[in-house]
Write a protein that binds this ligand. Structure first.
Ligand SMILES: Nc1nc2c(ncn2[C@@H]2O[C@H](COP(=O)(O)OP(=O)(O)OP(=O)(O)O)[C@@H](O)[C@H]2O)c(=O)[nH]1
Length: 208
């Protein structure tokens, strides 16, 4: 089992948010909190250091994390916004622990016991990826930070697909088919409104 002090948490919030009009999705107000705040609640206290990976508004994100990191520049040729695999790489390099747990900023309903499930599910593998019963969620993953050099080489080859990089390694799925709804993510204003209503309704039901 991976102890908390050997695990860094990182919330990916480095995207362009094009489908949200170019807004910084992690800072979008959602059910009373900036979106990223909901994901912070799922991870805090269950990881050692908590990082947020963001390519803008670092000052705003700093409030929510121990450290804010931007995407690394590869060979002086690339800046941010090159996709989430670049964010994962930046996290693998920034983490001071043997393990990194990654979660996206735009999934506010992730399970409260996400960290425990991922730790239990990884067994002796090097990468664990959440599986909702139908699809994999490559940005919900637990990884060995010693994979950073390999990922650097893979990025240098031009690879940007997360699942293709995982497939080169000893990886496993972590079954979360009992909580498919937890992986709802929001990309557009419409999805944001719909999910906000769903979440508010469900908490109202729970309160009764
Ligand atoms: N670090 C980093 N994270 C990214 C990048 N692109 C996407 N992400 C993150 O990956 C997760 C999924 O992102 P998407 O919804 O596919 O992309 P997005 O840029 O947020 O939104 P769109 O531009 O509408 O596709 C989110 O947590 C994003 O913040 C990137 O270039 N760098």
């Amino acid at each position: 089992m991976i102890p908390t002090h050997e695990l860094t948490g990182m919330i990916l919030a480095g995207g362009e948010g094009r489908r949200m009009g170019g807004r910084d999705k992690g800072l979008e107000p959602f059910a009373g909190l900036p979106l990223v705040g909901h994901v912070v609640k799922r991870l805090e206290g269950q990881v050692g250091e908590l990082l947020i990976n963001a390519n803008r508004n670092a000052d705003a994100y700093r409030f929510f994390a121990d450290r804010v990191i931007a995407d690394l520049v590869m060979d002086g040729a690339e800046g941010g916004f090159k996709g989430p695999l670049m964010g994962i790489y930046s996290g693998l390099r920034a983490a001071k622990t043997p393990w990194l747990l990654v979660a996206p900023c735009d999934s506010p309903a992730l399970p409260d016991d996400l960290v425990a499930r991922m730790i239990k599910g990884i067994g002796h593998h090097d990468i664990a990826v959440a599986f909702d019963g139908e699809r994999l969620h490559p940005v919900v993953a637990l990884l060995r930070t010693s994979l950073a050099d390999d990922l650097a080489a893979t990025l240098a080859e031009g690879e940007r697909k997360i699942d293709r990089w995982y497939a080169r390694h000893d990886w496993c799925r972590v079954d979360m088919s009992d909580c498919t709804d937890a992986f709802a993510n929001l990309n557009t204003e419409e999805e944001k409104l719909r999910l906000e209503t769903t979440l508010f309704n469900s908490s109202a039901k729970e309160a009764r």
